[in-house]
Design a protein around this ligand. Structure first.
Ligand SMILES: Nc1nc2c(c(=O)[nH]1)N[C@H]1C(S)=C(S)[C@@H](COP(=O)(O)OP(=O)(O)OC[C@H]3O[C@@H](n4cnc5c(=O)[nH]c(N)nc54)[C@H](O)[C@@H]3O)O[C@H]1N2
Ligand SMILES: Nc1nc2c(c(=O)[nH]1)N[C@H]1C(S)=C(S)[C@@H](COP(=O)(O)OP(=O)(O)OC[C@H]3O[C@@H](n4cnc5c(=O)[nH]c(N)nc54)[C@H](O)[C@@H]3O)O[C@H]1N2
Ligand SMILES: [Mo]
Length: 653
């Protein structure tokens, strides 16, 4: 038995450092590495159960060719030579007929390792394939933040311990930020008050002193109303604003309409609740907003982020230790990823497809060159992307040549013409820098890849050679590339570089006060904030929100039986009074539907939900799951998903 260091590859802010125990070539256990003070020696149930998936008999271990109808799941093993030969000869034919834009790569967040996440981009740019705009997650939030705060980072998680008022705003701590929980408990012991602001009583409520439930997509209105109260009641920090902000006087002239009496009908809170929240925020010594991303997956997500980002500026919170925000952008760029992403190879004239619009695009809508081949790697669009029914119709097209590089039979892989076998993180070498704090870790493979499994990096090298293209990495290995990126870091010191290259996690301090990295060094509150857009549909009475589940991560871990048991069946949470009106009780089956699709699942009433709101936690396998009800329209800023901004009808099944 031996133990080696590794890093979690999933898309959490946590970026845990891991200890992997192996026996021969088998992974026997995964635990947290005490060498990373934030991981502190423990990991979530998902990672503890990962060895089950790594060692599962259901893994795909050889390339496969489809033998039955698309979606039937009938495949036969083939060799790598045959697989690469078939893919590249099909591509050459399609390129001759339609041009390279007819090929669309589709990748997102299966692995967050810098090399394997990004190494395909240069290949597809060089090929001249359609470009994919990857805005499936929190791009509206980033774009709104950028407008106010430029390239500024926000706090590190441990800074939150110094705050005396913590707003958990649209954040599910036990699910997505588990290591913040001990820090929140510490802050509470020191006298901090914690308030959850969400559309349902998510499991963070157990850490909070108060829960405030608002209508989905109204966070911007709530923030503007809080600003109005702060301004009216003299709770703003005018000295800080005049020195560090631009546009406050313009913004304050627009606040009149956000009187709590006017705002109540938008956000669904009594005026007193808004006033008390604003007063508590304005009077706190160092108020901190822990800002999740759920609220930003809305038509108005970018503008809502601008309004929320104005709050710490208005009260001068950035000047106080523990004050500000945590969860937006906690890590500066420690590494230059361009040697892997190769933006220099991209042709800006090549057609661009928004990742959220795969369904309509596969149906021939919104593209100049129709897509005849789809190459999916480390993503599962049939489950995670809006307008599931259009995606499934597209994937079923006989004239679409689909390749899926996967570890097990996902709903997307079921529709592939060719499946290529992919590794778990312990079977490949990569470099990780999580977005939730300043950390970097180099993680060499712990065990060899089983069967004929190959990494994204290896597959793109094979595809490039078979297409007769120049190798964008000039024969380098992932190990070489990781080493070079660390050596070239403009931020890390020599001692830190040595530590990273020795495989140890390196955690960096946050400067205080945080530098404001806009062109003029000021927080930008200029330009009116426009926060009201109706949800998609709007005729249907219930607002549908997709929320994370504790025991899975998007569609990852659907392959893990123990975690599926812990998560339980697919449910939709409703407000108890709404359910009673519809004659629905806890455990009843109900149909949730709109003009895009229909989902039947169990009604859950055990957690409070805002009125007229339906919350679906987690991404489940199969057809008619929650993304059959979400529309591919884009957000106001960042061209991002609006999957939390749709409406549905509900009836008893
Ligand atoms: N266990 C687990 N961990 C995960 C994930 C997971 O699915 N499960 N996903 C990973 C990924 S990809 C990401 S991006 C991160 C962050 O993952 P996110 O999905 O961004 O999760 P949070 O940041 O916790 O924000 C979710 C919260 O936002 C709330 N919310 C939704 N709409 C609104 C709204 O309009 N207003 C308000 N106030 N609240 C709203 C939801 O009810 C939920 O409680 O977590 C990562 N970690
Ligand atoms: N309803 C609903 N929809 C959602 C969300 C939600 O909470 N609810 N969350 C949204 C968010 S925030 C995000 S970020 C997206 C994420 O959506 P995706 O990026 O599609 O992420 P996953 O669903 O985790 O699927 C990743 C797949 O990559 C595979 N994989 C992992 N590592 C590798 C590798 O090294 N190589 C290859 N070839 N494959 C690999 C895994 O086996 C897995 O099947 O989903 C979004 N969609
Ligand atoms: Mo995400």
């Amino acid at each position: 038995m031996s133990t080696c260091r590794s890093a979690c590859p999933y898309d959490c802010p946590e970026g845990c450092s891991l200890l992997v125990e192996t026996e021969g070539n088998a992974v026997t256990s995964i635990t947290g590495d005490p060498a990373n003070p934030y991981t502190d020696g423990w990991v979530c149930a998902k990672l503890r159960n990962l060895p089950e998936a790594i060692n599962s008999p259901h893994r795909i271990l050889t390339p496969l060719r489809r033998t039955g109808a698309k979606g039937s799941g009938e495949f036969a093993p083939i060799s790598w030579e045959e697989a690469i030969g078939e893919i590249t000869s099909r591509w050459k034919d399609l390129m001759a007929q339609y041009g390279a834009e007819t090929i669309l790569p589709y990748s997102y967040a299966g692995t967050m390792g810098i090399v394997h996440r990004n190494c395909g981009e240069g290949f597809f740019h060089a090929l001249g394939a359609s470009r994919l705009k990857r805005t499936l997650c929190s791009s509206a939030k980033s774009a709104g933040w950028q407008k106010v705060m430029g390239d500024s980072c926000d706090l590190s998680p441990w800074d939150v311990a110094h705050s005396d008022l913590i707003l958990l705003w649209s954040a599910n701590i036990p699910a997505t930020r588990a290591h913040l929980a001990p820090i929140l408990r510490k802050a509470k012991e020191n006298g901090a008050k914690i308030i959850l602001i969400d559309v349902y009583e998510n499991p963070s409520a157990e850490l909070a002193d108060q829960t405030i439930l608002i209508q989905p997509g109204t966070d911007g209105a709530l923030a503007l109303s809080m600003l109005q109260v702060l301004d009216q009641e003299g709770l703003t920090d005018e000295a800080w604003l005049s020195q560090h902000a631009a546009g406050w006087d313009e913004l304050r002239t627009t606040l009149e309409v956000w009187d709590p009496e006017e705002t109540q009908c938008v956000v669904g809170l009594a005026p007193d609740v808004i006033r008390e929240l604003a007063r508590a925020y304005g009077k706190a010594k160092a108020p901190c907003i822990v800002l999740g991303s759920g609220f930003s997956r809305s038509g108005n997500g970018g503008e809502a982020t601008r309004a929320i980002a104005a709050l710490p500026a208005a009260v001068g919170a950035w000047a106080k230790r523990g004050g500000g925000t945590y969860g937006v952008c906690s890590s500066p760029a420690l590494i230059d990823k361009s040697p892997i992403k190769r933006p220099d190879l991209a042709d800006p004239h090549t057609q661009e497809v928004n990742i959220n619009q795969l369904g309509p695009v596969l149906e021939g809508r919104g593209v100049k060159t129709p897509i005849h081949s789809l190459y999916v790697y480390h993503a599962n669009p049939a489950s995670v992307t809006s307008h599931q029914n259009a995606i499934l119709r597209g994937l079923a097209r006989e004239d679409l040549f689909t390749v899926v590089h996967e570890r097990y039979m996902t709903d997307t892989a079921l529709y592939a013409d060719i499946i290529l076998p992919a590794p778990y993180m312990v079977e490949q070498t990569d470099l990780y820098t999580p977005y939730g704090y300043r950390q970097i870790q180099y993680a060499p493979a712990a065990v060899p890849a089983p069967g004929q499994v190959k990494s994204n990096f290896e597959v793109f090298a094979l595809l490039a050679a078979a297409m007769g293209m120049e190798d964008p990495f000039q024969g380098s290995t992932p190990e070489d590339l990781c080493r070079r990126m660390v050596e070239d870091s403009a931020v890390l010191t020599r001692a830190e570089k040595d530590k990273v290259l020795a495989g140890e996690p390196v955690v960096l301090d946050t400067p205080f006060p945080l530098p404001i990295e806009t062109e003029d060094g000021r927080v930008h509150l200029d330009e009116p904030i426009i926060t009201w857009f109706p949800p998609y549909g709007g005729r249907e009475p219930f607002h549908l929100v997709c929320a994370p589940a504790v025991h899975t991560l998007n569609s990852s871990f659907n392959e893990c039986g123990a975690l599926q048991d812990l998560r339980g069946e697919m449910t939709a949470r409703m407000n108890r009074e709404d359910a009673a009106r519809l004659g629905l009780a806890q455990g009843d089956k109900a149909v949730f539907y709109n003009d895009l699709g229909e989902m039947t699942c169990t009604v859950a009433l055990d957690r409070a939900v805002a009125p007229m709101t339906v919350v679906a936690e987690g991404v489940y396998p199969g057809k008619n799951t929650v993304n059959c009800l979400t529309h591919p329209r884009l957000s106001d800023r960042g061209d991002a998903t609006t999957m939390n901004d749709n409406t549905v009808w509900v009836r008893k099944a």
